[in-house]
Write a protein that binds this ligand. Structure first.
Ligand code: NAD
Length: 487
């Protein structure tokens, strides 16, 4: 898209006109039918299937993302979600019959899922294809009109999304607005029926404040410092490979659910470091900066941010593996730091890159206090064979999601909600949770004109009161007693 023309043109006047247009289409009822929703989900699948190479190229241009990661972590995930939504759509749309109570007898009741209206999706740069389209699946499935604002930090994918959604989807209901802060601010001034934001907590506060002006509900998909606790009774090789898979095999650590830091015991740390070194060398060779399987750092701002974390004087002598950088290629190698002080910069903010600090404790149980002393993370991982510890971890650690003996994989399970808690986010999506995130659950009670009980109406008497009390809480015996004046 001609981004400079777009940037000058797209202000709040144009944003307002666009939302009005979409509202007219939404009000026409077009997006509500099963046929429209299914047709758009099919079109999204077709878009993905017919443009795999272009998507891979855009992700490579934005992040040097390798084809395997682009395919498995973005393209295949999206196709899978579309397929799942299409398979379940009729069931999701069917209203749910629920029980009624004796106090409304005779009656029936149901929960009807209705679309919210016109919704805004603001996405982030690290999985720019998936994070833009996965929420759109939910918005379409639930029958909404949608505006997508992809991240300007991944410009190739942003412009590809604008082109492809323009070509494949129904533009009377689904639009893309490219741009950065100005364009997003213009969008945020409008009244939306839901705002779904993926990104960092600072901007999330701006989004939520803008939404509050119109009482617009939000989903905020944020990040945080996701810990991995490593016990000593494990299959070290498998655990190590799985930690690497969630960290460096996910966009070189630029993933919201990558392990941010490790906690292990002082005694076990040297073994863990050795195993990580061995496996990392097997995966990325002796010179990881040359590896085609590692993404680059997205831009020089983030390269500078990560360099600053590494240059913290509190960390001098702490690097036990890696630490190589090539600014011309925006590459940083997988880097492990041992015994990182908790007051270092690296331990005070989300790393979102290839640096992995290890914190050591005397007893593994202390790790719970370390985690709980910080803000609630998006994910938390535990490697152990100790069932008691697993149980304690599940009961005591509050995080968006937990995985025992692996990392990141919960994201791929569409029957699990994906979202944060506390500082790591509000709301969740994936599978049916995406449909629910973009639906209003409307309570509907049906009555007939039969059985109009006089006890509801004045004049109120003691007998009516006794009967009402029995009806509300007295059970069948209480009702019979009240009817016969026995209570
Ligand atoms: P980003 O820079 O792409 O920003 C996200 C969006 O916010 C973009 O569309 C951008 O245009 C918009 N934006 C930026 N500044 C704005 C402003 N002042 N006003 C309005 N809009 C503005 O992405 P990021 O924030 O660097 O993303 C990284 C963060 O996102 C990390 O914290 C990561 O953990 C989190 N994240 C979370 C998930 C998840 O699913 N929970 C997924 C990916 C990333």
């Amino acid at each position: 898209m001609e981004s400079t023309t777009m940037r000058r043109r797209f202000d709040s006047v144009e944003a307002s006109a666009m939302v009005s247009d979409l509202r007219v289409t939404f009000d026409s009822g077009k997006t509500r039918s099963y046929e429209w929703r299914a047709s758009q989900l099919k079109a999204l699948t077709k878009l993905t299937e017919e443009n795999e190479q272009a998507i891979v190229q855009a992700l490579n241009s934005d992040l040097s993302k390798c084809e395997t990661e682009a395919y498995i972590q973005e393209i295949a995930m999206l196709k899978n979600s579309c397929k799942g939504a299409l398979k379940e759509l009729k069931r999701w749309m069917t209203s749910e019959k629920v029980k009624t109570s004796i106090s409304t007898f005779p009656s029936t009741a149901e929960i009807v899922s209705e679309p919210l209206g016109v919704v805004l999706i603001i996405s982030a740069w690290n999985y720019p294809f998936l994070l833009s389209l996965e929420p759109i699946i939910g918005a379409i499935a639930a029958g909404n009109a949608v505006v997508l604002k992809p991240s300007e930090v991944a410009p190739a994918t942003s412009s590809l999304l604008a082109k492809l959604l323009g070509e494949y989807l129904d533009n009377s209901c689904i639009r893309v607005v490219e741009g950065a802060v100005d364009e997003t601010s213009a969008l945020l001034q409008q009244k939306w029926d839901k705002i779904f934001y993926t990104g960092n907590g600072r901007v999330a506060r701006i989004v939520m404040a803008a939404a509050a002006k119109h009482l617009t509900p939000v989903v905020l998909e944020l990040g945080g410092k996701s810990p991995a606790v490593v016990d000593s009774n494990i299959d070290l090789k498998v655990a190590t490979r799985r930690i690497i898979a969630g960290k460096w095999c996910c966009n070189n650590g630029q993933a919201c659910i990558s392990p941010d830091y490790i906690i292990t015991t002082k005694d076990y740390a040297p073994k863990l470091v050795d195993a990580l070194k061995t496996e990392l060398e097997k995966f990325y060779g002796k010179n990881p900066l040359e590896s085609k399987d590692l993404s680059r750092i997205v831009n020089s701002n983030h390269f500078g941010r990560l360099t600053k974390l590494l240059d913290d004087e509190k960390l001098s002598g702490k690097i036990v593996f890696g630490g190589e950088k090539d600014e011309s290629k925006l590459m940083i190698s997988p880097t492990i730091l041992l015994d990182v002080p908790r007051n270092s910069l690296m331990m005070r903010e989300e790393i979102f890159g290839p640096l992995l600090p290890i914190i050591t404790v005397d007893k593994l149980e202390e790790s719970f206090d370390v985690i709980n002393s910080g803000t609630k993370p998006l994910a938390a991982y535990l490697f152990t064979t100790n069932n008691k510890l697993k149980e304690q971890f599940v009961m005591n650690i509050s995080a968006g999601g937990l995985v025992i003996n692996d990392t990141a994989l919960h994201l791929a399970i569409n029957t699990l909600p994906f979202g944060g808690v506390g500082e790591s986010g509000i709301g969740a999506y994936h599978g049916k949770f995406s449909f629910d995130a973009f639906s209003h659950k409307k309570a509907v009670l049906y009555r007939s004109f039969f059985g109009d009980a006089a006890i509801r109406y004045p004049p109120y008497t003691n007998t009516k009161m006794r009967l009402l009390k029995a009806l509300i809480g007295g059970g069948l015996l209480g009702i019979i007693r009240a009817l016969f004046g026995l209570s």
